[in-house]
Design a protein around this ligand. Sequence first.
Ligand code: AMP
Length: 114
Amino acid sequence: MAGCIFCKIASGEVSAKIVHQNDHVVVFRDLNPQAPVHVLVIPKKHIENLSSSEETDLSMMREIFSAILKVTKDEKLSADGFRVVANDGKNGGQTVNHLHFHVLGGRPMSWPPG
Ligand code: AMP
């Protein structure tokens, strides 16, 4: 989608520290990390957020969760645990309108979030 920064990362037009990608998803390091490990998992297809996703996107969700499991293993997060977050819309605090899952790890997390 024109003007979408994550579409530009997915297409290679904007550079990012990519740690994994395939035909469906890209995983890259967050520009402003909130934990020792902070990566974003995105579909290459532009979907605004979970609220905008449809039944037909479920196979893509499978790819996303497969990538999340891969990166948590690659980054050695599985033993101590990690957090996966998808901010959705205004109340969810979403700032980039291209579906993404934050994967955070490498330190203990507190709850509830702000
Ligand atoms: P959210 O607030 O859930 O929409 O998260 C958007 C995330 O994207 C934030 O954590 C930003 O730091 C991150 N971000 C924005 N632009 C870039 C970029 N060009 N490369 C990597 N991460 C980015």
